[in-house]
Design a binder for this molecule. Structure first.
Ligand SMILES: [Zn+2]
Length: 288
């Protein structure tokens, strides 16, 4: 038997974490995102919830034995690197790029799109920061706010990235599949999924509504069960287990609930027969 037999049917799942400034919000006309301020309208940038949530999520992943993909925003990463050994912390996980200051590439939220040279410079800087902190070569990208366009996909391909994971794509209702595709040359798009919940309403594999109290872990287990072939990309933010848009900073009991919900999503996907891989591994399996 050969060691690398590719199964005909693949039911893969990846857990991805966007590590960026706390509860980030686009700032109209500005390149840099700010953090939601819970006591007034000040423009501020914070990283403490992102740092705390990152540690908690890595601990949880250790307990459940899952290797994940972390999309790290450059400025946030430099901040984290000053207060923790982030290289050691993420040594068992994939690290990938998520911009430098949470740029809105397309201008969809800020009204100020980046020019081609600005996108190119942002990608280079983002990758350089990761190389510097982790001494590894990132091959993946997720656009801040998931705002991606074809200019950026071409640049990613030209710069030697393997995949992007910014697009949301509906699970095919004909054959219950969600597959990566070639977005520019050999660059793969490994999309976030949308499907239907038990009541027939749209649900996205980004766990945002669960952290905001609007979805239950079983909704995502149902979503995982509905994928019969391909790769399901689950996504969240590092800060979202300790701070939410609606409630602000969570107390210890709420944080425990948040982490236990996340654990149920991950274990639920595995109990539904899906195999956890990093996005880099999924890209390699697909290219093969
Ligand atoms: Zn982000």
């Amino acid at each position: 038997m050969g060691p690398a037999t590719i199964p005909v049917m693949m039911r893969l799942v990846a857990f991805t974490v966007d590590v960026d400034r706390d509860v980030n919000l686009p700032t109209p006309g500005k390149r840099q995102a700010c953090s939601k301020c819970h006591d007034g309208d000040r423009e501020e940038v914070r990283f403490s919830s992102s740092a705390r949530g990152l540690r908690l999520i890595v601990d949880l992943l250790e307990e459940v034995g899952i290797e994940a993909t972390f999309f790290l925003e450059g400025d946030t990463l430099l901040h984290l690197a000053r207060e923790m050994d982030v290289r050691e912390l993420l040594s068992r996980h994939e690290v990938a790029c998520h911009g430098v200051c949470h740029e809105d590439i397309t201008g969809g939220s800020t009204g100020a799109p980046l020019t081609g040279p600005e996108i190119s410079e942002m990608l280079d800087r983002s990758r350089d920061i990761l190389r510097q902190v982790f001494a590894r070569d990132p091959v993946g990208f997720r656009a801040p706010y998931q705002h991606i366009d074809q200019r950026t996909l071409f640049l990613l391909q030209k710069k030697g990235f393997s995949y992007d994971s910014s697009v949301t794509r509906a699970i095919d209702e004909e054959d219950d599949s969600i597959r990566p595709w070639k977005a520019a040359g050999d660059l793969l798009e490994i999309p976030v999924a949308s499907g239907r919940d038990q009541a027939g309403r749209r649900i996205v594999s980004y766990l945002w509504p669960m952290h905001e109290g609007k979805r239950m872990p079983d909704d995502y287990r149902h979503l995982a069960a509905s994928v019969h072939e391909g790769a399901l990309v689950l996504a969240t933010h590092s800060w979202h287990v300790v701070e939410t848009y609606n409630r602000g900073l969570l107390g210890d009991t709420s944080i425990e609930v948040s982490l236990s919900n996340l654990r149920r999503v991950l274990e639920g996907a595995r109990e539904e027969g899906m195999e956890f891989l990093t996005l880099k591994e999924i890209a390699e399996a697909w290219q093969a």
